[in-house]
Design a protein around this ligand. Structure first.
Ligand SMILES: Cc1cc2nc3c(=O)[nH]c(=O)nc-3n(C[C@H](O)[C@H](O)[C@H](O)COP(=O)(O)OP(=O)(O)OC[C@H]3O[C@@H](n4cnc5c(N)ncnc54)[C@H](O)[C@@H]3O)c2cc1C
Length: 395
């Protein structure tokens, strides 16, 4: 085989260029604000504005709907780079994809034109409302109800219920909301709808006081007799849960990207620090105990990155083993992020434990990647079921 035709596991020139551009934006606009965003627990408006101005606000929206049509790997690169600077800010493009993907997967042409178009134009962000106070891992046990608003095919819907832990709630204009339309059928009786922030009867709880990602607002969303027109139903009645799970197959890879990014950010910082910090008359980087820690951190970040990119390829192609790879990438990368950020704090010693250095924020931010879009226990259930069903890697 000609060496030039060899299928290198390397990024294309286009993907490398996307990484270069987003990294520059992060260095200039996002990283400098990250500590203040965390300290003040405020929305990262600088990041929001910079991402809108550079078309990285919702880069996944296809060109047909006014977006830039970034493929799954390009979207992963964007989110990874932002998370390297500030995980809170990386939730902007990540949640815009999560919230709008059900529309992209199953929505009517009109719904796609209207809402993907508005998202791409920067008219508002898109949030995803699946979880409820009593329905987390068991999301099909949700209670939010949607009932027909009158009779006939044009009858709209009335929504009542409470969603919990909704990322960017209040900041987003648009919401994909899962609601029970037939309580007899459990997951097959759940449908998906687009709800707008401005719809009468929509309101929000107080922001949650969290361990990390303090710049990403997490709030309850309340639906109190919210009347919406019939054409806000996404796809078919009773298939909402299926669309919601299919969405997660694709978007868990973006959580893996956040995990890789924050782990890389912590490793980068620690690498600089250990070469500067002197103890026993030498830089601490010269001690073998420290070298071994650095080597393990670098090795694991790179393994997580390769797995995440491999999963992104599967997302783009819609491969049969996407469900396994999405869960595996999210689970592995988030476990790596927790370990690497904790070790970065360790490498900085007492200084690492203070807010004067960024690694304690990174450690707090990393934790969420093991919890949301399905805890890592749930990811292991998903993977085991795929293995037992005989799903094989397509390579
Ligand atoms: C900051 C933040 C942002 C979020 N953003 C969103 C969002 O935008 N949209 C949205 O819909 N949701 C969102 N979530 C919700 C998130 O996805 C849920 O918190 C998560 O799925 C877990 O649900 P739970 O918190 O109810 O935990 P539970 O389901 O109560 O789980 C508690 C513990 O039990 C374990 N467990 C549960 N079932 C099993 C089992 N069968 N086997 C083994 N262990 C099990 C879990 O792994 C966990 O360790 C967010 C959560 C947070 C904290």
């Amino acid at each position: 085989m000609n060496v030039n035709e060899y299928p290198l596991f390397a990024l294309s020139r286009e993907h490398q260029e996307i990484r270069r551009v987003i990294r520059e934006i992060c260095d200039d606009k996002i990283a400098p604000a990250a500590a203040a965003v965390d300290e003040e627990a405020r929305y990262p408006q600088e990041a929001h504005d910079a991402l809108l101005a550079s078309d990285f606000f919702a880069p996944h929206v296809p060109e047909a709907y006014g977006g830039v049509g970034a493929d799954a790997l390009a979207t992963v690169l964007v989110i990874e780079e932002i998370a390297r600077a500030d995980v809170s800010a990386s939730l902007i493009p990540a949640v815009n994809k999560l919230g709008s993907l059900p529309v992209q997967i199953a929505g009517s042409e009109e719904l796609k034109r209207k809402y993907l178009g508005a998202l791409a134009a920067g008219e508002g962000g898109f949030s995803y409302c699946l979880s409820e106070p009593d329905a987390g891992s068991d999301a099909a046990a949700q209670k939010t109800r949607a009932v027909r608003d009158g009779a006939g095919p044009d009858a709209g819907w009335v929504l009542n219920g409470t969603k919990r832990w909704i990322t960017n709630a209040g900041a987003s204009q648009f919401y994909t909301v899962l609601a029970v339309t037939d309580p007899e059928k459990r997951s097959r009786g759940i449908s998906a709808f687009v709800v707008e922030k401005s719809d009468e009867g929509v309101s929000f709880g107080a922001p949650e006081k969290k361990l990390g990602i303090k710049g990403s607002p997490t709030r309850e969303v309340y639906f109190d007799n919210v009347h919406i027109p019939a054409d806000r139903l996404i796809g078919e009645e009773g298939r909402g849960f299926e669309y919601a799970m299919k969405t997660l197959d694709h978007t868990r890879i973006t959580i893996a990207a956040q995990a890789v990014g924050v782990a890389q950010g912590a490793l980068d910082y620690a690498l600089g620090y250990v070469q500067e910090r002197q103890q026993f008359g030498k830089p601490i980087a010269s001690f073998q105990g420290i070298e071994f820690m650095l080597a393990d951190m670098g090795m694991k970040v790179e393994a997580a990155r390769q797995m995440t990119y491999a999963a992104a390829g599967r997302s783009e192609r819609g491969d049969a083993d996407l469900t396994f790879f999405g869960a595996a990438a999210k689970c592995f990368a988030s476990d790596v992020a927790m370990e690497v950020t904790t070790n970065a704090v360790q490498l900085l010693g007492g200084y690492g434990y203070t807010r004067d250095y960024p690694v304690e924020r990174m450690m707090r931010d990393a934790k969420i990647t093991q919890i949301y879009e399905g805890t890592n226990q749930v990811q292991r259930i998903v993977m085991a079921r795929q293995l037992l069903a005989g799903v094989q890697s397509n390579i």
